[in-house]
Design a protein around this ligand. Structure first.
Ligand code: PLP
Length: 461
């Protein structure tokens, strides 16, 4: 490896290169390229150490729903730290922030839910839910009913169980996952997956039939649960075809297979309804959420389970003597207090009504500005989540070869133009801005992205 470039000897960049092992980064290239060091944030914007301002088009990692400053959240954390900086929920200990937050989530659930388990990240919450499903089926005397279905391009995290559930090559390659017993159904993306002339409805019917074929091939008595994001996020902002989830769930019900909604991105108004499940007619048995739960000011995630799931788990824990699962920081009072305040802020701001205006505006502007662009194959989205997918051949819906690195080049150009953007596999530029973003800020963000896209077009000529 060549020596690192000449960042200032004691600069943050040089110290980063010397000391930090970055998530989701080409670690060898990083030694040459170095980091973008973000030093502060306000509203929908962040600034780097050179004072350059960026609009955050994905709210960090689809998560900073209230943007990058909020005094009420700061005060909630400080007040809780002063009162009770730590306590836990092991062996029946409890505290008010955990109780209050659980109560608030149950009251807001899209379907009747019974209990809430807390963790610190989306991955941990999904791993916890996987273990609950296994535990439940042991309790029910169904030791073979353990296989879990994810979907190709689904993203559920990176711990061993959640990475197994994830359907993305970058999360599997060289990590020795997925574990046995994790299956991946097809990606329900009409733009790429439908046959010529196949309607969304017919395509959804075929997806459900293919799911049923998979279940029958494996043996329904061996399949425990299916996981799905209402809108696939990290896999490419992929919306299900019309009617997909009711059709899928009819199959799951037939074979007594649980439906788990991974609402880590979609929860808390992202899709225009409180839960993504409500936008797509999903009736989950288990619901996982994180990210916007605390507007990501502090880490916290939650697993909601319905009464039948809870009853089975409770029975097994009684037989064994304990539910032998929990994190030191499950329901930590400080992030729980911040999450409580976050949910109150969503209510106080009536953020749902705000997204009811800004979401359709963002979707319309994405269409108006980019649908006809020579590089753009599909513009898609719902609420305040959206994407433009770049293609080499619009008629054939054919992507550029990954080696052309078109997506990363667009990300870089976006940054030069003052937008931190996130490009995903297949050169998809994702949008998931803070929910507080105004119509004017949406326009400003898209104008900057448009400039980046035009510069990319010139580069690719
Ligand atoms: N599930 C979904 C749908 C996600 O988008 C993510 C992260 O982006 C996760 C799970 C994993 O969450 P975390 O990164 O907090 O572990």
């Amino acid at each position: 490896m060549a020596p690192p470039p000449s960042f200032g000897a004691n600069s943050a960049a040089a110290r980063d290169i010397a000391n930090v092992l970055h998530p989701y980064t080409d670690l060898e290239s990083h030694q040459q390229v170095g980091p973008v060091v973000i030093t502060r944030g306000q509203g929908v914007r962040v600034w780097d150490e050179a004072g350059k301002e960026y609009i955050e088009s994905v709210a960090g990692l689809w998560c900073a729903a209230l943007g990058f400053d909020n005094e009420r959240l700061v005060q909630a954390a400080v007040t809780q730290m002063r009162k009770l900086p730590f306590y836990h929920g092991f062996t029946a200990k409890s505290h008010e922030p955990m109780i209050d937050l659980a109560e608030m989530l149950i009251a807001r659930a899209p379907v009747p839910m019974s209990k809430v388990f807390f963790a610190n990240s989306g991955s941990e919450a999904n791993d916890s839910a996987i273990k609950m499903v296994w535990y439940m089926n042991n309790a029910l005397g169904r030791p073979l009913k353990k296989k879990i279905i994810g979907r190709v391009k689904g993203y559920h995290g990176i711990t061993i169980g959640s990475a197994s559930l994830t359907g993305l090559a970058a999360n599997h390659r060289s990590f020795d996952v997925p574990l046995p017993g994790f299956l991946h159904a097809n990606t329900p993306h009409h733009y790429h997956g439908a046959r010529p002339g196949e309607s969304e409805d017919d395509y959804a019917t075929r997806c459900a039939r293919e799911l049923e074929d998979l279940i029958l091939e494996e043996g329904p008595e061996t399949v425990a649960a299916m996981w799905a994001e209402p809108v696939m996020g990290a896999g490419g902002v992929i919306l299900p075809p019309r009617g997909y989830f009711p059709k899928i769930q009819a199959v799951l019900k037939k074979y007594d297979i649980l439906m788990v909604a991974d609402e880590v991105i979609c929860g808390f108004w992202r899709t225009g309804t409180y839960w993504g499940s409500q936008s797509f007619d999903i009736q989950p048995d288990i619901l996982v959420c994180a990210k916007a739960l605390s507007s990501s000011f502090l880490p916290i995630s939650a697993v909601m389970v319905n009464e039948p799931v809870f009853q089975a788990i409770a029975k097994e824990s009684h037989t064994i003597g304990t539910f032998g699962h929990g994190f030191t920081y499950s329901g930590h009072p400080v992030p729980a207090a911040v999450a409580i305040e976050t949910l109150k802020i969503y209510d106080d701001l009536d953020i749902g009504s705000h997204v009811a205006v800004t979401g359709p505006h963002m979707q319309a502007e994405l269409q108006r500005r980019f649908a006809g662009h020579p590089l753009v194959g599909e513009v898609r989205g719902i609420g305040l989540i959206g994407a433009i997918e770049l293609v080499a051949d619009k008629a054939a819906h054919a992507n550029f070869p990954p080696a052309a690195k078109v997506g990363p080049r667009l990300s870089r150009l976006c940054e030069e133009n003052g937008v931190i953007g996130r490009t995903l596999a297949n050169d998809v530029l994702a949008f998931s801005p803070p929910l507080i973003m105004t119509k004017d800020e949406i326009d400003e963000m898209l104008t900057r992205v448009g400039k980046a896209l035009d510069e990319l077009t010139v580069q690719l000529r």
